[in-house]
Every structure is written in C-alpha cells, then in structure tokens.
Ligand binder design. Structure first.
Ligand code: BMA
Length: 361
C-alpha cells in the first residue's frame, strides 16, 4: 500500500513537472539552464531606449554601437506604472518599452524587469523610507487595497507583453530588490525580514492568482562585504517563490574588493543553486562611468572566474545624467576592452543565443 502511494505520488510529481515545463516561464528557465552551460549572457539596463549621447532612437543600443551586436539580456524598469503614469521614473514611455520588449524577444533575446515603486504611504519615491510602508501594504494594513491595485497594474502590463502571434513573452521579474540595504521603503530600516517575506509572497501569489505563467521570479539582495549564506538568505521567501538568485554588485571601492566580493557571492549562489535547482546571475552591476579602461576584462571577469552565472546585467547609461553610466559606449575609455569581451567565447550576446548561423564563435 505504502509503495503504491509512493508510486502514485512520484507519477503525479513527474506529471506536474512535465506539465509545468509547458509554461513560458518553465521554457525560459530551461533555456537559461542550457545557456548557462555555454557562457554568461551580457545584459544592459534600458539598452534599447537611450544611451550616453542619444535617446529614443529605436533599433540603437550603446552596446551595439561598440561591438555590432545587441546585449543578450534587456533590462527594463517599471517604477511609475503603479501610479498609472505613461512613462517610468526614468522617462521611458511604457508604450515604447512594450514595443522594444517585443522586438528584443522576437530577435531571440531575454528580458528582465525591475521595479522601483513609489512609497504607498508617503507617496514619495522608492527611496523615501518613512511610513512603515511594508506593514501598511500587507493584508490588514491601511494601504493594502492600494498595493493590490499597484500589483494589478503590473499584472496588466505583464499580460500585455505578447508577440504578434499572441504568445506571452517570458519575463525575469525582480521586484523588491536590494532589501538588505536601508535605502528603499522595503529595506532593513523599514521592515522586519518576516514582513519583507510576506510582501514578496503576496506579490508572487497575486500574480499566480491572476494566472500569469510567464514570470520567472528573481530574489536579489545587494552584495555585502564578507557575505555569508545566512546573511544572503535572511529575506529569502522560499524555493516555491524564487527561480533565480541574484546579486546587485557594483565597484564602490577597489578593484580587489570587487573581485573578492564577486567571488564570495558567486560561491554562495552557486552552492545553493546547485542543491536547490535554481539559476543565478548578477542582476545589476558595474563600475560607475567605468573610468578603468580595462575594467571588464580585469575586474568583472575575475569576479566571475570559476562560476557560471546565467547573466550579468550592466546598469543603465543614463540619458538624463552624464555621470551615471555602467555599460560601454563609443565615447568611453573602456571601448577596446569591451570589444575584447565581445570576442571572448564565455560572454554571450544576442547573436550567440538567437541564431546559430549568426554566431561569432
Ligand atoms: C537607480 C538609478 C536611478 C534610476 C533607478 C531606476 O539605480 O539608476 O537613476 O531612476 O535606478 O531605474
């Protein structure tokens, strides 16, 4: 009897996994798992909307201007959508974002989305940490209805991300990131780990109830010096709520510190990912303005050495701030180095993942 129950349980588990593998999210996870064995995909936030010297020239990208190919991963930002705005907090119109997501996906690319929602209590930005906004957003809290509306607006946007044939475009969604810092209203100064976990679970559950099957969930704390698994997973909502582990990793001090920190975070994520069947990535990062002409080859790559994160997403080359760029651009000192990175077989760009005949390698 016991054996029969166990057999039936494993058959239903297998069916579950097979059935799940048909969702767009499961297909993307499978694809990422395969690409991860081949190399690290290069990503760039807002790559298709603007660069250091241009904006809204659709089809253009600073990465492409430098090496002739698009990044494999396009990062986008939803902040402002929750309020019903038609542009995000960096001035990108959501209509254009949708179009470029479609274009990137149809060219074979991967999309990840971050979200810096406003503070639901104070109406300030994501960086306004007052008001106990996490507690207020949870069930029973005074802004729970507002948070549900905000989640519904993100659900609506995600639902609208479709190909011309009506196929849902899979998205790596990375809400409530850098929770272990104290600069966002969902950070350490504004809520307890338990409250944070409730917020994360509430978000995932809301999307699941809305029957979205094209979301790959990412948990991404900020890199912290001398990180440990205990610290990294303090806010972790659990394996049922997360598909991809991430870390936001920037060079703030020395090159040596960055490499050391990168190696530490890679080790923590790799070990957990292997045991728990998860993916891992550098979900944001870079060196502001990249003043070191060989930063990519001699700082970023050594930080990843020995590991296979599925991607590295360089943060945006802001159009609205000359002092905020993390990706390459023709006018930057890191151009030759980035071209070298492009030729490196371990780094994957759009052509490498989209169409075998286009491959540079
Ligand atoms: C931050 C900065 C801000 C930006 C925000 C959302 O890291 O780049 O300028 O508004 O991300 O993209």
């Amino acid at each position: 009897m016991k054996r029969l129950v166990m057999t039936l349980a494993s058959i239903s588990l297998c069916f579950g996994i097979i059935a799940n593998a048909h969702t767009p999210a499961q297909k993307l996870i499978k694809k990422l798992t395969i690409w991860q064995q081949k190399g690290v995909m290069m990503g760039h936030q807002d790559a298709l909307f603007y660069g250091t010297t241009w904006k809204w020239e659709f089809g253009r990208s600073d990465v492409k201007d430098v090496c002739g190919d698009y990044p494999a991963v396009l990062g986008c930002e939803l902040g402002g959508l929750e309020l019903g705005h038609d542009k995000n907090i960096d001035g990108v119109p959501f209509e254009n974002m949708r179009e470029q997501i479609q274009a990137h996906y149809q060219r074979g690319g991967i999309i990840t989305i971050s979200w810096h929602p406003h503070n639901p209590v104070t109406a300030g930005t994501a960086w306004e940490i007052e008001g106990n906004a996490v507690a207020a957003s949870l069930p029973g809290g005074k802004e729970n209805a507002k948070m549900k509306l905000w989640l519904q607006r993100t659900v609506n946007f995600m639902k609208s991300l479709k190909t011309t044939n009506g196929e849902a475009i899979p998205i790596i969604f990375r809400p409530w990131h850098e929770m272990n810092g104290d600069w966002f209203w969902w950070g350490t100064k504004s809520c307890t780990p338990q409250q944070y976990i409730q917020l994360f679970k509430m978000t995932v559950d809301y999307f699941r109830q809305a029957k979205l099957t094209h979301i790959v969930w990412s948990y991404s704390p900020n890199a912290s010096s001398d990180d440990t698994p205990e610290r990294f997973f303090t806010f972790y909502p659990g394996d049922k709520y997360v598909d991809l582990l991430g870390v936001d990793l920037y060079q703030h001090t020395t090159k040596e510190d960055f490499i050391k920190q990168g190696q530490q975070e890679m080790g923590i994520m790799h070990d957990y990912a292997e045991k728990h069947n998860k993916l891992y990535a550098i979900t944001e990062g870079g060196y502001r303005n990249t003043p070191d002409p060989q930063w990519y080859s001699y700082t970023l790559l050594p930080a990843l050495q020995g590991y296979n994160p599925c991607y590295v997403l360089l943060w945006r080359n802001a159009w609205d701030n000359k002092e905020e760029n993390f990706g390459p651009a023709p006018n930057k000192v890191c151009v030759e180095d980035f071209k070298r990175l492009y030729r490196d077989k371990k780094l994957l760009f759009l052509k490498d993942i989209s169409n075998a005949t286009n491959r540079k390698k």
